[in-house]
Design a protein around this ligand. Structure first.
Ligand code: 5AD
Ligand code: SF4
Length: 375
């Protein structure tokens, strides 16, 4: 019996697919190389932009023929997309050959749903849940080991679906994280630990005994072993000096910070509910540059947010030039149902978004060439 997992979206999903693999192997399945040889196919989905959802729909739809050939094939869909009740229902209706649709919080129970398939199709979406500490991960990322330190997000940036599909921030206990890192290092094959969370700088605030993110970093660095430590993702409003100092002073921490700005314009930043200004963002960037020379700095940007004018987009372009990022991701704004921004008037035409994203990527390309001394 073989399994095949199809993962969409961010590193958090990649890591969660490592948990899915554990669950499947505990049920006696082995890792398959292709969909064709699989007895169970699991789609771990993403909902961040419409394009991600369209890809899932296309790929799931393509399985109809395979299911016709092999009636025993089990098809399961989980992840951020199916946490939305309406989407989950629609998937079940549109694709009668799907056996299991579950939400993000139901994942640890995937094994139970698989075993229950013989009694009928399974659809369940819990509204919340604790971080699972019971199942290990089948690590698949070479020398890098992902370590989840928290789940959820409390920020409600107006464009973002994450708080709706991942719930409120919940941190793992410090000792559980430390023990996991120690176990990983004991295996001897991992050289890199990457801490994951939607908003790592908020780590520990919700714990019974609050711990700061900087504290967590220092505690992990104290663990014996030859490894580097990195983390993602940071929110500029929460990236405190003690975290910058930790990156600067701890030898084990990779000199690299991903700090999504999203826009370089203050009116748009306010509409996005980002809770910082361009000036404040630049202040943090300058602090990083001063305290951590040669720090790699990267960012995410959204272009074509509702009502964004050409002048406001130009502010994003000047920010990118001013910071001289090592690399950026630029996304066309994608309205997500249920978010505040999706209901805003002044949605921008696709064509305009497309042009803006290309402009931004061109600026990035020129920056790279300048850094590499090509022009
Ligand atoms: N449209 C486009 N990009 C988005 N992101 C988050 N939500 C949206 C959306 N609705 C981007 C942000 C975030 C990255 C992971 O995805 O830039 O930092
Ligand atoms: Fe989404 Fe904002 Fe939370 Fe990041 S901080 S996950 S962009 S709501």
């Amino acid at each position: 019996m073989k399994y095949f997992i199809v993962t969409y979206g961010c590193q958090m999903n990649v890591h969660e697919s490592e948990k899915i693999a554990t669950i499947l192997e505990n049920l006696g399945y082995e890792c398959g190389q292709t969909r064709e040889e699989a007895d169970i196919i699991v789609f771990n989905t993403c909902a961040i932009r419409e394009g991600a959802e369209d890809r899932v729909l296309g790929n799931v739809g393509n399985l109809k023929k395979m299911k016709k050939k092999n009636k025993n094939l089990i098809i399961a869909v989980c992840g951020c997309m199916t946490q939305k009740e309406a989407t989950a229902q629609k998937l079940m209706q549109t694709f009668p050959f799907i056996d299991i649709v579950i939400g993000t919080f139901n994942l640890p129970k995937l094994g139970d749903y698989i075993q229950a398939v013989k009694t009928g199709r399974q659809l369940e979406i819990w509204e919340e849940g604790d971080i699972d500490e019971t199942l290990p991960y089948k690590r698949t990322s070479g020398e890098n080991a992902w370590v989840n330190i928290m789940q959820g997000c409390n920020n409600f940036c107006t464009y973002c679906i994450v708080p709706y599909v991942r719930g409120r921030e919940k941190s793992r206990k410090l000792e559980n994280i430390i023990n996991e890192v120690k176990e990983i290092l004991k295996e001897g094959k991992y050289k890199k630990i990457t801490l994951l969370g939607q908003n790592v700088n908020s780590y520990g605030k919700d714990l019974e005994n609050p711990v700061s993110f900087a504290n967590l970093l220092h505690e992990i660095c104290k663990i014996d072993g030859d490894f580097t430590l990195s983390f993602m993702t940071s929110h500029p409003k929460d990236l405190t000096d003690d975290v910058i100092d930790a990156v600067a002073s701890e030898e084990k921490i990779e000199k690299s910070i991903h700090l999504p700005a999203q826009s370089g314009n203050n009116r748009i930043l306010a509409l996005m509910n980002r809770k910082y200004t361009r000036e404040k963002y630049l202040e943090i960037i300058n602090k990083i540059k001063n305290k951590i020379p040669n720090c790699r700095i990267t960012s995410d940007f959204i272009v074509g947010f509702p009502t964004e004018t050409e002048e406001e987009f130009a502010d994003t372009c000047t920010l990118v030039k001013e910071v001289e990022y090592d690399s950026i991701f630029a996304f066309m704004y994608s309205p997500r149902e249920g978010t505040v921004a999706s209901k805003m008037e002044g949605q921008i035409e696709e064509q305009v978004k497309n042009r803006r994203v290309n402009t931004l990527l061109q600026i990035e390309k020129e920056l790279q060439m300048k850094k590499e001394g090509i022009c």
